[in-house]
Design a protein around this ligand. Structure first.
Ligand code: HEM
Ligand SMILES: *[C@@H]1O[C@H](CO)[C@@H](O)[C@H](O)[C@H]1NC(C)=O
Ligand SMILES: *[C@@H]1O[C@H](CO)[C@@H](O)[C@H](O)[C@H]1NC(C)=O
Ligand SMILES: *[C@@H]1O[C@H](CO)[C@@H](O)[C@H](O)[C@H]1NC(C)=O
Ligand SMILES: *[C@@H]1O[C@H](CO)[C@@H](O)[C@H](O)[C@H]1NC(C)=O
Length: 331
């Protein structure tokens, strides 16, 4: 064997061993035999939807997160959030923590699933399409791309009651956030990096008005919030009589662009949720926030790795679960 070839072989073995240990049972080329062009089919479909509907990118990214959060050894990234309620069952989608989802990302999933079924009937799971979609909308918004590990099977259980305590709350402090992400085996750094998804999208006023009007018994406005920013939010979200449908951008300057502004906003006291701002306020997490704010390349590479890890939480593989025909209905 020539020296160059020898080095190449060692390199390939090392790379595959490393990927093997992260991916466990998922793989980038899972559909190589059954649907070789699945990534490009999915990317093309989501990109075309995102071009027509600017609600889809951020809401689909959040949909992926909420699917993965609800695992507890039973449901992880298994597409269970896509299932509709029936006369007999209040599904995950209709849990209190999920009421603010618009129909847009669900409709987008249905459309893309249909396109995939037309090309490769009955082989690609809704859970994998959602994982690829989360990647595609990040890319659409100007963020990084990554290889999505595939092979997830769709769950057959979707119950609103099972979400209880699993989806992090807008008023969580660092201890609560860390504990919540630990349920999914995610680290403090993963939590800080994944929170950067809030560089795109919007939140309803109800999630943060306590920070403006009733922060604590003797303080009205959260002292860590910039005064200019508080004034803007107060105008958008009045204490009384506001429209409950009103939303406010997480990143006030570029809410449709995936960049590292989220972390720069935190440095300026312009984090929208308590759970956002606390990442800068708490000295245990500030260092990493500062690093992510200083270097977008670093954020992009960290986000890519964290999304791959997040996407493997509690996945079903092999013969567990099913390949759902209609993402909204159990087969
Ligand atoms: C760290 C803990 C987290 C908390 C406390 C949290 C909380 C929230 C809340 C309260 C909203 C606003 C919902 C509304 O009022 O409509 C929201 C939106 C959003 N979240 Fe999170 N989230 C967290 C982590 C994540 C993660 C890990 C992701 C994705 C990787 C994510 C992606 C999003 C996106 C993109 C939106 C905007 C949705 C839209 O524009 O429709 N979040 N989040
Ligand atoms: C709902 O429950 C009834 C009675 O237990 C059953 O006959 C029916 O098939 C169930 N429907 C669905 C959609 O599961
Ligand atoms: C509010 O009350 C807490 C304890 O009740 C006290 O530590 C804090 O200093 C007070 N803040 C202000 C601004 O008065
Ligand atoms: C930014 O982060 C990237 C990726 O981690 C690194 O290679 C680069 O050296 C960093 N740039 C600076 C200016 O620190
Ligand atoms: C988290 O890690 C523990 C220990 O390795 C494992 O038993 C558990 O299944 C993991 N949980 C998830 C959701 O991956």
């Amino acid at each position: 064997m020539s020296r160059k070839l020898y080095i190449l072989v060692i390199y390939l073995v090392t790379v595959s061993l490393r990927l093997g240990s992260v991916s466990s049972q998922l793989s980038v080329d899972f559909y190589q035999q059954t649907c070789p062009n699945v990534d490009s089919i999915v990317t093309k479909a989501f990109t075309s939807i995102a071009q027509q509907d600017n609600v889809v990118p951020s809401s689909l990214l959040r949909l992926f997160a909420h699917d993965c959060f609800v695992e507890f050894y039973i449901q992880g990234c298994d597409g269970s959030i896509l299932i509709s309620s029936t006369a007999n069952n209040t599904a995950e989608r209709d849990a209190a923590d999920n009421i603010n989802f618009p129909p847009n990302p669900f409709d987008a999933m249905a459309k893309v699933k249909k396109t995939v079924e037309a090309a490769c009937p009955g082989v690609v799971s809704c859970a994998d399409i959602l994982a690829m979609g989360a990647r595609d909308v990040v890319v659409f918004a100007g963020g990084p791309s990554w290889n999505v590990f595939k092979g997830r099977r769709d769950g057959r259980i979707s119950e609103a009651s099972r979400t209880a305590g699993l989806i992090p709350g807008a008023n969580f402090n660092v201890d609560q956030l860390v504990a919540n992400f630990a349920l999914s085996n995610l680290t403090v750094s993963d939590m800080i990096v994944l929170s950067g998804a809030h560089t795109v999208g919007f939140s309803h006023c109800q999630q943060f008005t306590n920070r403006l009007y009733k922060f604590s018994s003797n303080v009205t406005t959260d002292p860590s919030m910039s005064r200019d920013y508080a004034a803007i939010l107060e105008k958008q979200c009045p204490q009384f009589g506001g429209d409950p449908g009103t939303v406010q951008a997480f990143d006030i300057t570029t809410p449709f662009t995936f960049d590292n502004d989220y972390y720069q906003d935190l440095q300026q006291g312009k984090g929208l949720l308590f759970s956002d701002q606390v990442l800068f306020n708490d000295l245990r997490t500030r260092d990493l926030v500062n690093q992510l704010a200083a270097n977008q390349t670093f954020f992009f590479s960290a986000f890519t790795q964290a999304m791959i890890k997040f996407g493997m939480v509690g996945v079903k593989t092999g013969s567990v679960g099913e390949i759902r025909r209609d993402c909204a209905v159990v087969n």
